[in-house]
Design a protein around this ligand. Structure first.
Ligand SMILES: [Mn+2]
Length: 306
């Protein structure tokens, strides 16, 4: 189990804003886990690069006209270790410790933003919220270039290409946004189960997609999972499986702001950051995205003081 109450990692946005754990509204949870990457490796280094880039963020958010970190305590948790006794832990063990850590943080009242690391871990995070809200299904909103709906990939059901299939198998409703690379098996499953998908092509050409996506959500609560490859690779080239034609910044943030206004977002993750040597654009954009999520949640939940 990770040491939640003390942290030795570089805190998100810098040490001048770090609250005591009990006062924090938000917990940043680094999960530097990489086991099943199929193309470009490096997401193990994502969380550290994300935290380092966050030191360069402005506390003041010009869209919200707020010094978010000064008003909302943001606590950075010890990263979840992917080794035990010098050995890489199994996928099942990694999901289990992630589930327990997220459950503890959420029961302590923290809004958790997990930062990966590979997308397969989202299954463990979602399991934590299923425990917190038994019998009350929430929608998993996924921003991603890929469907991640394969039953298994390269011999593992815990591959990062299968994460949404695991969530569909849990019986949770899903809304998939930014999809532009799927296989035939996934296309058939989308038709068979009538899954809600907003493809990148329609997002690029139909500005009303935001309101259609918002109104397609039928539950009070949602969990938001962001695979950074859902965003256009000109904005975030540092991912394991880049795909052209992704969401632009303003389309993404407009959708996210409406999502937080309209639903109770129980938790979020930002996955698959794989830093590129001599470029900081991917990790800085990911850090800014996390800060946007915190600002939108603070606005929606009434965390700002005035
Ligand atoms: Mn993806």
């Amino acid at each position: 189990m990770t040491a939640i109450a003390s942290t030795s990692v570089l805190p998100f946005l810098g040490s001048e804003f770090v609250p005591e754990y009990p006062q924090a509204r938000v917990a940043i949870l680094p999960i530097p886990y990489e086991a099943t990457t199929t193309y470009r490796r490096g997401c193990k280094n994502g969380p550290a690069a994300f935290l380092e880039a966050s030191q360069q963020l402005e506390d003041y958010d010009e869209e919200l006209d707020r010094e978010i970190a000064s008003e909302v305590g943001i606590y950075t948790v010890e990263p979840i270790a992917d080794t035990a006794n010098g050995q890489q832990v199994s996928a099942e063990e990694m999901l289990d410790v992630t589930e327990k850590t997220v459950e503890k943080l959420a029961r302590d009242g923290k809004f958790v933003i997990a930062v990966g690391g590979e997308h397969s871990i989202t299954t463990g995070i979602v399991e934590a919220y299923r425990k917190l809200y038994p019998g009350e299904p929430f929608t998993v909103v996924q921003i991603d270039a890929h469907g991640d709906l394969r039953h298994e990939y390269e011999g593992s059901i815990y591959n990062h290409a299968c994460v949404m299939r695991r969530i569909v198998d849990m019986g949770l409703p899903t809304v998939q946004i930014g999809i532009r690379a799927i296989c035939k098996e996934e296309a058939d499953l989308i038709k068979e189960k009538q899954l809600t998908v907003f493809r990148s092509r329609e997002i690029a050409t139909q500005p009303d997609w935001v309101e259609r996506a918002i109104s397609s959500i039928k539950t009070k609560r949602i969990f938001l999972t962001i695979d950074l490859d859902g965003i256009d690779p000109t904005l975030i080239p540092g991912v394991g499986t880049p795909e052209p034609g992704g969401l632009n910044w303003f389309s993404l943030t407009a959708f996210l702001r409406r999502t937080f206004e309209s639903y109770e977002v129980v938790g979020c993750d930002i996955m698959e950051l794989a830093p590129i040597v001599d470029s900081v654009v991917s990790e800085f954009t990911a850090a800014k995205l996390a800060y946007k999520l915190i600002g939108y949640q603070a606005l929606a939940r009434g965390w700002f003081r005035t």
